[in-house]
Design a protein around this ligand. Structure first.
Ligand code: ADP
Length: 905
């Protein structure tokens, strides 16, 4: 509007000026024009005013021009219209002017419309997303919109008038050949030219961009081609999107998972191959139907709940869901459902990804089975029960009913059936032995590789003939290998299945490897036990053998004591030998005890004893060691008798051991304390010293066999078995021991805890040891028989020194002969002897009438109850264990009833 009013005002001005100009020209040319062309010049002003400003200015120019012209130029000048002719002229003038005004107005409107159209087109072109270039008929550029500027890199001003080829360079994407621009073709053929595919536009700076383009001729009103408009666009984004869409579709289609789209009412909208495979329906069968066909009937609410959650925009994850296949089979799947939204973000459905987890579940179960069987095999003590337990565990899982375990026999020339299930005992008997190469197992053992046979009942294979006859349908046999060595084979079989799948075969193979390891473990254990047994046996024999020479030495010392020289140095020497022999005897006794304990052969003779009394006894035994160590021993024993039910000899041994250790591991001048106290229902005895102490690292192991920390003095040497013995003995008594130490240099406490015996009881009055020995022994006739000559001779010397009449013999036969001649009252008879052993000699002696009344004492290294029983059965009267304590021996000799007394009684 404002634009219009402005042009109208402008039109009036033009009209006035043009009219004025026309009148001026008419006035100047008046002398020459005479009265001709009175108003002709005014028409130009009317046309100009009407064209520029519209009808108003046209009319103004018409009236103004005529008025002034009539007054100035039409005669009579100075007047307006004064006659008929003038009126006629005026009328004609008006008509002509009107015609001019109408014409000019239509011309003006047409021009305005054209301008508006052009404006519209430009605005459209520049705001459009596509690139647009227009050319004239020569192919020179007439217009470039901003998108085209951006893509070509040319500015509108630079490009104007330039040949299109300069600005719009296109090549084929693949061949790189220049492509004819669609403009040229459009111009040539005058038609619209469609999209040229795979075209790349090379911009001014050399960058490339794939485009789609098209060109159409511009035709004028007459249909003549006046130029071409070309439209093109960057297709990179579109291509990317297409590619992504295409890839997505491919992923969905090729996925192993079932991917199913559904709308909010639960109707299936898409169905990939994975879904076809998993559920058995084709896409055509189910798209458009409700997903409820996949839901188990016993879970009617699941779908409704899922859809509700979906509508809320929640993602749903179900780790284990049941779905129903087309064939009705129920399958276990893991399901993830995500909401699907449209462009506006509104939820329109869901996308479900389901995965078959039956295999995963199976794997899980197998893994569990494997770990269970591994545990089972680590515990196993014997192969047969191990394999039976194993088979019970796995048979259900794999549908097995039979297994065979063959092992290479001891000779190494064949296989022997070690364990099996699923066949009758008679059948098993028939395959107890299998040659290498025979049947499947024989072949596996020979070739060291697994053999699997399927569909056996339909097979004519000779190798499987044997198992076929058992009704077996599938058979998998694995070798049991220890490194390169074949130990045997393990096969599993089924009468209900025809095949095993690869995962099952792998599982069976792994099991077989486990079994091989278990067999190896059992073998090592056997070997270890055997080695341990031999070691114990060796230690026992060693101790035993070492004890033999000690007997004569001890006898010799006794002789020296009784008759020996009074020279102080020699007496000192005798003392040293005595002490060291006693020490050695103790060590050997300990060793023997260890072997007794490890063979459960240590016998306890439990009695009710007052612990304080017992401890006093033990202290006496250890006193020499403590005195030698120069330590100060303090005893704090309870005043009241505290009764315990123990083997006094063994418990005394415990305390002597603890005390000698305290002496051994405490510096001279140190302190040793022994405290006995009641604590609740226990009696606790603590042996405490302020010696070298025990390091924290060593502390947990002091009670282990052969464990030793660094010692103060090697000459104090022990075997590292003392504390182990102490603990074992205490455990046999239901007592316990604990070691405490603050660390090296801080001393040690050994705390022993006994359960108390509640009711007091009178202890049997044992005669005191010393009381037995009479000061003046009665001389006896004694025959000593020992194949260890030193032993026999030294004892003879000792007994003779005590005024006994003594003979010696060095084997069983000689003993019988000597006895018949010498007629002794007492015979000390060794058991292990050449020619005739002690038992035999004893029987022979007893068979003689003169031998019946002789007092036969067995002298042997073996002191167990059954050893005693044996000697008693052979006819001995007494049993002494070597090296016999000379005191004990003498006491016994003294108490033997005299023959006269014996006959009298
Ligand atoms: P050993 O024959 O070596 O004495 P034991 O079994 O009696 O064997 O003792 C085992 C180890 O415990 C000793 O070697 C010693 O290191 C440590 N031990 C035992 N008693 C004491 C103690 N009273 N003080 C310090 N260390 C001790």
């Amino acid at each position: 509007m404002r634009q219009g009013s402005r042009s109208t005002t402008y039109g009036y001005l033009i009209a006035i000026l043009a009219t004025a100009a026309a009148i001026l020209v008419r006035w100047l040319t008046d002398p020459w024009l005479n009265l001709q062309l009175r108003v002709g010049m005014i028409y130009g002003a009317v046309a100009l005013g009407a064209y520029v400003g519209g009808p108003g200015p046209g009319v103004l120019a018409t009236l103004l021009g005529y008025g002034i012209s009539a007054y100035l130029f039409i005669k009579p000048r100075g007047s307006f219209i004064n006659d008929r002719e003038a009126w006629l002229g005026f009328g004609l003038y008006l008509a002509t002017s009107l015609l001019i005004i109408v014409l000019m107005e239509s011309l003006r409107r047409a021009r305005q419309r054209a301008r508006a159209n052009e404006q519209l087109l430009r605005v459209t072109f520049s705001s459009i997303g596509d690139a647009i270039i227009t050319t004239d008929t020569e192919g020179h550029i007439t217009y470039l919109n901003p998108v085209a500027e951006a893509l070509t890199g040319w500015k509108q001003e630079e490009a104007m008038g330039a040949p299109l080829e300069d600005v719009f360079q296109i090549v084929n994407e693949d061949t790189r050949k220049t492509v004819e621009s669609p403009v040229a073709k459009s111009l040539r053929e005058g038609v619209m030219v469609g999209l040229a595919n795979h075209t790349v536009l090379i911009a001014k700076d050399g960058t490339e961009c794939p485009i789609d383009d098209s060109a159409a001729p511009i035709r004028d009103g007459e249909g003549e081609v006046s130029g071409v408009v070309m439209v093109f666009r960057d297709v990179r984004e579109r291509r990317r999107a297409e590619q992504t869409r295409w890839q997505m579709a491919l992923i969905v289609e090729s996925s192993d998972d079932a991917i199913v789209g559904k709308d909010l009412s639960g109707n299936i909208t898409s169905w990939n191959h994975g879904a076809e495979r998993l559920y058995g329906y084709s896409a055509a069968e189910v798209v458009g139907k409700s997903v409820s066909i996949l839901m188990p009937e016993d879970r009617p609410d699941e779908l409704r709940q899922n859809l509700e959650q979906l509508k809320r925009g929640d993602r749903i994850d179900i780790h284990e869901a049941i779905r129903v296949r087309k064939d009705g089979q129920r399958i276990l799947v893991s399901v993830g459902i995500s909401p699907v939204r449209n462009e506006a973000g509104v939820i329109i459905g869901g996308s479900t990804i389901a995965r078959d987890i039956r295999e995963v579940k199976k794997q899980e179960q197998r893994l569990r089975l494997l770990s269970e069987t591994a545990a089972l095999m680590l515990r196993a003590q014997n192969p047969d029960s191990m394999l039976r337990d194993l088979f019970t565990k796995i048979r259900g899982q794999l549908g097995l009913d039979t297994y065979f375990n063959f092992m290479v026999n001891d000779a190494g020339d064949a296989l022997r059936l070690e364990s099996c299930a699923g066949i009758s005992p008679e059948t098993a008997e028939g395959i107890r032995r299998l040659e290498f190469g025979q049947a499947v197992c024989g072949r596996v053992a020979l070739e060291h590789r697994p053999i699997v046979r399927t569909h056996i009942q339909e097979s004519e294979d000779a190798m499987t003939a044997l198992v076929k006859s058992f009704g077996i349908r599938v058979y998998a046999c694995n070798p049991l290998m220890a490194g390169d060595k074949v130990l045997g084979t393990l096969s599993f079989a089924s009468r209900t299945r025809d095949t095993f799948d690869p995962a099952e075969l792998e599982f069976l193979q792994t099991l077989s490897n486990y079994v091989a390891v278990a067999y190896e473990r059992l073998r090592w254990m056997r070997q270890l036990r055997e080695t341990d047994r031999r070691k114990d046996e060796f230690l026992a024999t060693l101790a035993h053998e070492l004890r033999n020479p000690l007997a004569p030495i001890r006898n010799a010392i006794e002789i020296l004591k009784a008759k020996g020289p009074k020279d102080p140095e020699l007496m000192w020497g005798r003392e040293v030998i005595d002490r060291q022999v006693q020490h050695m005897t103790r060590l050997l006794e300990d060793l023997l005890d260890v072997s007794r304990i490890s063979h459960n052969k240590l016998e306890l003779r439990k009695e009710r004893v007052d612990l304080a009394e017992l401890i006093r006894h033990a202290v006496e035994t250890s006193r020499p060691a403590i005195d030698a160590g120069g330590q100060d021993l303090s005893l704090e024993l309870s005043r009241e008798p505290v009764y315990v039910l123990v083997d006094p000899v063994r418990v005394a041994q415990v305390f002597s051991n603890l005390l000698s250790n305290a002496a051994k591991y405490t510096q001279p001048g140190g302190r040793i304390r022994l405290v006995e106290e009641r604590k609740g229902s226990d009696v606790v005895v603590t042996v405490q010293d302020n010696g070298i102490g025990i390091s924290p690292e060593m502390l947990p192991y002091v009670f282990d066999m052969f464990s030793q920390a660094q010692r103060m003095d090697r000459s104090q040497g022990g075997l590292g078995i003392g504390l182990s013995l102490v603990r074992s003995i205490l455990e046999l008594h239901g007592a316990s021991i604990e070691a405490r130490s603050e660390g090296p240099g801080k001393g040690s406490d050994f705390i022993v805890r006994f359960p108390l015996v509640v009711e007091p009881m009178v202890t049997p009055d044992l005669p005191p040891r010393e009381a037995i020995r009479s000061d003046a022994p009665i001389p006896r006739r004694i025959l000593i028989v020992d194949d260890l000559k030193d032993s026999a001779d030294s004892l003879a010397v000792l007994l003779r020194a005590l005024r006994h009449e003594v003979r010696t013999a060095y084997d069983g036969e000689e003993a019988v002969l000597a006895a018949s001649q010498f007629q002794p009252e007492i015979i000390l008879l060794d058991i292990g002897m050449p020619k005739l052993n002690g038992y035999e000699a004893c029987r022979r002696l007893r068979a003689e009438h003169w031998g019946k009344s002789m007092y036969l004492i067995a002298l042997t290294g073996w002191g167990q109850d059954d050893d005693r029983a044996k000697t008693e059965a052979a006819g001995f009267d007494a049993h002494l264990v070597k090296p016999a304590d000379p005191d004990e021996l003498l006491r016994l000799v003294d108490t033997v009833p005299r023959r006269s007394e014996a006959t009298m009684s």
